[in-house]
Every structure is written in C-alpha cells, then in structure tokens.
Design a protein around this ligand. Structure first.
Ligand code: RTP
Ligand code: MG
Length: 148
C-alpha cells in the first residue's frame, strides 16, 4: 500500500491544529503508521527542502521550519500521496479552496500549516529522511474492510 510523509509545520503546532489535521486524514480512511513531535535541525531542513536551495525564499523556509516543533507523520492508503495533496490545498492559502487544510487555516504562503510529499519519489525520500524503519508500524485495522 502507498505511503506518504505529512508534517504539521511549526505554525500549525503553535495554533493547536495537530488534532484537527490528524482527524481529517483519519476520517478520510487513511491509516497512520508513524508519528512524532520533533524539532528539525538546520541540516535536516536543508536536506528536506534541498530542491529549493537556489530559490530566494530558501533561507526563510529553513528558518521557519526550524522555528518550533513540527508533527511528522507517515500515512498509508490507496493513492494517499495525491489525495493528501488535494486535502492540503494549493501552496498559497489565498488560492487554496475552502475545505482544504490550507484553505481553511492558512493565510500566507510562508505559513501554510502543512507539508506533504508531492510524488512517490519524494514520499520515499522524505519518509526515510524523517523516520527509522523501527518507527513505522505495520498493522491491520478493522475498518479497512469498509473502506476497500
Ligand atoms: P511543501 O513542500 O511545504 O509541502 O509545499 P508545496 O509542495 O505546496 O510547495 P513547494 O513549491 O514545495 O514550496 C515549499 C514551501 O516553500 C514556501 N514557498 N514560498 N515565497 C514564495 O513564493 C514561496 N513559494 C513557496 C511555501 O511555504 C511552501 O510550502
Ligand atoms: Mg513541496
């Protein structure tokens, strides 16, 4: 089954949105297989956002994502990578539709509440960057038969 990496950014943690966000993905029917509250180091931030190294906002991005704890998660389910991106909404909350996390809770592009992997390659890379194999749990859920 497909897995993706999602993370409540420091603004989401400070604004008490961890439970709200976990709730949305749970109710959707996805399965949480790993989660932790953590402080991201400068090194991890630069590696995670490596694709944006040359962008003018890179410094701000690293400063922001290391400015407080984040809630890192791995979710599992059919098409979870793409579906989670849809549930997050567009990068700029001003363009994100109501009903999406960014549409409902974000205002500016710099503080857009949530991160999610944008492809199978990023998902694999980001899961391995943030989690050890021993931190991911493989288990059956009773409700699976009512989702699939
Ligand atoms: P993320 O990686 O955080 O899930 O966001 P994303 O895929 O929707 O957007 P991405 O293009 O990967 O950009 C990463 C983060 O950089 C910040 N950003 N600022 N000032 C700007 O024009 C600008 N553009 C992007 C955003 O916080 C975005 O989430
Ligand atoms: Mg991205």
């Amino acid at each position: 089954m497909e897995k993706t990496f999602l993370m409540v950014k420091p603004d989401g943690v400070q604004r008490n949105l961890v439970g709200e966000i976990v709730n949305r993905f749970e109710r959707k029917g996805f399965k949480l297989v790993g989660a932790k509250l953590m402080q991201i180091s400068d090194e991890l931030a630069s590696e995670h956002y490596g694709e944006h190294k040359e962008r003018p906002f890179f410094g701000e991005l690293v400063d922001f994502i290391t400015s407080g704890p984040v809630f890192a998660m791995v979710w599992e389910g059919e098409n979870v990578i793409k579906t989670a991106r849809e549930m997050m909404g567009k990068t700029n909350p001003a363009e994100a539709l109501p009903g999406t996390v960014r549409g409902d809770f974000g205002v500016t592009v710099g503080k857009n509440v949530i991160h999610g992997s944008d492809s199978p390659e990023s998902a694999e890379r980001e899961i391995n960057l943030f989690f050890n194999e021993t931190e991911l749990v493989s288990y059956e859920k009773q409700d699976s038969a009512w989702i699939y």
